[in-house]
Design a protein around this ligand. Structure first.
Ligand SMILES: Nc1ncnc2c1ncn2[C@@H]1O[C@H](COP(=O)(O)OP(=O)(O)O)[C@@H](O)[C@H]1O
Ligand SMILES: [Mg+2]
Length: 320
């Protein structure tokens, strides 16, 4: 099995019985292997339906979905789903089974030996930031955020080339949610799988996605591009309204001052703001506005001055 799968939606239309409006209308887009793709849009836009079509929990009417060039219609549902990890908001762990037993559900179905399963469980618990020694505890003994981590470990257990995640952090408090967003991005760098991640939260989409597909009501694809391209050039008024009037600042949040060409440090006073390399350009600009200055000095971890970022530099980034 390839480590990551290419997914193609090819003019997919889905209508639920008894409904006039389509849930998905002529949906076409391609997700290159290894991409973290976020499906975002208002409630009822067809996001959950799109995921359920991929693992054939729901049939579609016309068009096709291909995984690595093969139509999912030609794959047996059971075989198909073993190659797909699925994470949902209500994580659906079996309460009477230990966390370890939950995680090794698919490996057990695949007939892995006890030793191999135990080793995989320990490896996965560490990967998702839990203590491998907790494999013998029960789901009720974990917090909501920890249970989502267990759900993620379970989805990754058999090393599927595709991960579907449907609003996985929707029920978590903002701090836990932010922590998990960062963790999942880190995890994606390590495991390099294709991910389709659903959210209704544009902030989450911008933070998580290599690419973002914006669905509008009626399951119509409004725009599909990188976060930066969508923020720079919203396709229409719907997208512009959805991403918000502060889209220039959101774009600046995608850049860190350490990754931007810096100018030499000009005359500075003791109260010139100083920021670390990891500061976003958005936060650097915020600091300029707050202090009434047109520049910040960027400093390395050891305190050495790396250069200066000016308001004009930030404007130039937006023009790029
Ligand atoms: N099982 C179903 N039967 C009939 N209509 C459904 C069903 N599931 C979803 N829908 C309808 O399809 C549309 C898309 O729903 P959904 O995919 O859940 O959107 P989202 O996840 O973006 O909120 C909505 O209008 C919803 O009411
Ligand atoms: Mg949904």
């Amino acid at each position: 099995m390839a480590p990551a799968a290419e997914i193609v939606f090819d003019r997919v239309t889905k209508r639920y019985a008894g409904r006039d409006a389509a849930a998905l209308q002529d949906l076409s887009f391609e997700i290159p292997a290894g991409t973290f793709c976020v499906l975002v849009g208002p409630s009822g836009g067809g996001k959950t339906t799109a995921l359920k079509l991929v693992n054939r929990l729901v049939p579609f009417d016309s068009g096709d979905i291909r995984i690595d060039g093969r139509s999912i219609r030609d794959l047996a549902p059971v075989e198909l789903r073993r190659g797909i990890g699925y994470v949902i908001q209500q994580v659906g762990l079996f309460p009477h089974m230990t966390v370890g037993a939950n995680i090794e559900t698919v490996p057990r179905l695949l007939g892995w030996s006890r030793e191999r399963r135990a080793a995989r469980v320990a490896e996965l618990l560490a990967l998702v930031g839990l203590d491998p020694a907790d494999a013998g505890r029960y789901p009720a003994e974990f917090s909501g955020g920890q249970r989502q981590r267990v759900g993620l470990a379970r989805a990754l257990a058999a090393d599927p080339p595709l991960l579907l995640m449907d609003e996985p952090f929707g029920a978590l408090d903002p701090i836990t949610r932010h922590r998990l967003q960062i963790e999942v991005r880190r995890l994606h760098r390590e495991v390099a799988k294709t991910v389709i991640f659903v959210t209704h939260d544009i902030d989450e989409a911008i933070m998580m996605g290599d690419r973002i597909a914006i669905l509008r009501e009626g399951g119509v694809l409004a725009q599909y591009d990188t976060p930066d391209a969508i923020l720079a050039h919203p396709a229409d008024d719907f997208v512009a309204a959805f991403i918000g009037e502060d889209r220039a600042l959101r774009r600046l949040a995608l850049h860190r001052v350490g990754d931007v060409p810096l100018g030499p440090v000009r005359g500075q006073t003791p109260d010139t703001p100083r920021v670390a390399m990891s500061t976003t350009v958005r936060n650097a600009v915020s600091l300029m506005v707050e202090t009434g200055r047109d520049a910040v000095v960027v400093v390395a971890d050891d305190g050495a001055e790396c250069g200066e970022l000016t308001l004009a530099d930030a404007t130039r980034l937006l023009a790029a």
